[in-house]
Structure formats: C-alpha cells, structure tokens
Design a binder for this molecule. Structure first.
Ligand SMILES: Nc1ncnc2c1ncn2[C@@H]1O[C@H](COP(=O)(O)OP(=O)(O)OP(=O)(O)O)[C@@H](O)[C@H]1O
Ligand SMILES: [Mg+2]
Length: 232
C-alpha cells in the first residue's frame, strides 16, 4: 500500500502537463477551436505539435501558457490548476517562457529592455536584471546589439532576442509557436539548435508548434492536432 502511494506521488511529480476533456470555443460555441483534448506531458520532455492551419495548435499552446482560459475541461500545468489559479501572472512569470511566431518584441524598447521584461516580476535589482539580460544576449550571440531597437535587427536576430527573453525568468516550460516559421533554413537550424541545447542542458520542458515535419522530428514525441482534437 505504502509503495503504491509513493509511486503515485512520484508519477504526479513527473507530469508537467495534464489536460483532460479540454474544450475552447469562440463566438458562442460556433467555432470549436479545441474539441475535447486529452494530453499528458512529462517533465523535461521535448514535444512537437503539428497539424494543419486552423486545427487548434496555437489555441492549445495559449491554454498551456494561460494566455487564454478553456471553455470546458481540466488543465494542470506545473502543478497549477489553471482554471482555479487566481494569479495567472504569477504562474506565467514563474513557470513559462514564450516564443511567438512573430516574436512580439516591443518596438520602442531596446533589445536589452525587451529581454528584461519577464524579470520585472522577480525580486532582482535592476543591476542584476541588466547583467542577466546581457548574459542571455551573449548566449544567443547578440550582446553587441543590446542597445538597438528590434526594428534595427534581422528576422533571425529578433527571434534570437525572443529566445533570450523566453529564458529570462528561468522557466520550467518553454512554449514555442512556429519559432522558425519566418526564417530561412540556416537561421532556423541555428535557432532550433539553441532550443535543443537549452532543453538538454537545463532539462526544460519544450513544447513546440511547427508545420515542418523535419523540425518536428527533432522532438522526442510528436502530437498531431486535427479539427481541435489530438489524433491518436
Ligand atoms: N480569438 C478567436 N476568435 C475566433 N476564432 C478564433 C480565435 N482564435 C482562433 N480562432 C479559430 O480557432 C481555430 C483554431 O485556431 P488556431 O489559431 O489555434 O489554429 P492553428 O492550428 O494555430 O493554425 P495555424 O497553423 O494557421 O497557426 C481556427 O478556426 C481559428 O479561426
Ligand atoms: Mg497557429
């Protein structure tokens, strides 16, 4: 009996994502973006999500990062029950690093300031935030461009800033929506290499949406989304 309890506890710790019967609809139920998704992801896994345009991939990723709330169902991420968590900002700033397809950098802030944003909720002094942001920019090879504005960078460079920003709060989970979608294959490869390295070295759980099967195959597991459901 005791052994079983311990085993269950261990398994509970291992799961970083637990989704059951998740539904998300828009326009009073006319659009069913997610239509009953069950999904489990283990801590430290690298999972890719594929599927046709409009199938619900971004909606799923947004649910995982609590950027949006489900219409129905259960969603647990990093032991937070997202339908019951009041302070979702706190959840995001502690656990999640986002990389969006269109990188979403803030145009009137410098590269360095963009990387500092996720640290605002932390208790770091501005000097420490500054140092950490510079270190992260160095990691993606952009330290010398720290004082530029995003518009003064190439697409690949902007995406590297987005990676540095996603790492700033030391997240346990990185959610990446087509991180290489708008890049040429060489730059895309470099970005993927960096992400894979972070996943392997830091044991970060990496969940990445892509429409490219070659990119998807880098992951340990691929999930296919079709019409708001996960294809078995
Ligand atoms: N805010 C919204 N209001 C209404 N419908 C929406 C909204 N967001 C998404 N949808 C719809 O939900 C469905 C799923 O959209 P989603 O963005 O998740 O697709 P996707 O798989 O990421 O597609 P893509 O590969 O083109 O990025 C689509 O039919 C889309 O039009
Ligand atoms: Mg999408």
């Amino acid at each position: 009996m005791e052994v079983k309890c311990l085993k269950n506890q261990h398994e509970a710790l291992e799961k970083v994502v637990e989704i059951k019967g998740l539904k998300k609809s828009y326009e009073n139920g006319k659009i069913k973006a997610l239509d009953g998704v069950d999904l489990e992801i283990k801590k430290g896994e690298f999972v890719s999500i594929i599927g046709p345009s409009g199938s619900g991939k971004s909606t799923l990723l947004n649910m995982l990062g609590a950027l949006d709330l489900p219409t129905e169902g259960k969603i647990n991420v990093a032991s937070y029950d997202l339908t019951k968590t009041k302070d979702l900002n706190n959840f995001r700033s502690k656990e999640i690093g986002f990389i969006f397809q269109l990188h979403n950098l803030i145009p009137n802030l410098t590269v360095l300031e963009n990387v500092e944003i996720p640290m605002y909720e932390s208790r770091l002094s501005s000097k420490k935030m500054h140092e950490r942001a510079l270190k992260l920019l160095d990691y993606v090879g952009l330290q010398e461009k720290a004082s530029r504005k995003p518009t003064q960078l190439s697409g690949g460079e902007r995406q590297r800033v987005a990676i540095a920003r996603a790492l700033a709060n030391n997240p346990s989970i990185i959610l990446a929506d087509e991180p290489t979608g708008s890049l040429d294959s060489k730059t895309g490869q470099m970005i993927l290499q960096r992400l894979k390295e972070i996943h392997e070295k830091e044991k970060v759980t990496l969940i990445m949406v892509t429409h490219d099967m070659g990119v998807a195959s880098l992951a340990e597991r691929t999930i296919e989304v079709l019409d708001g459901k996960i294809k078995a």
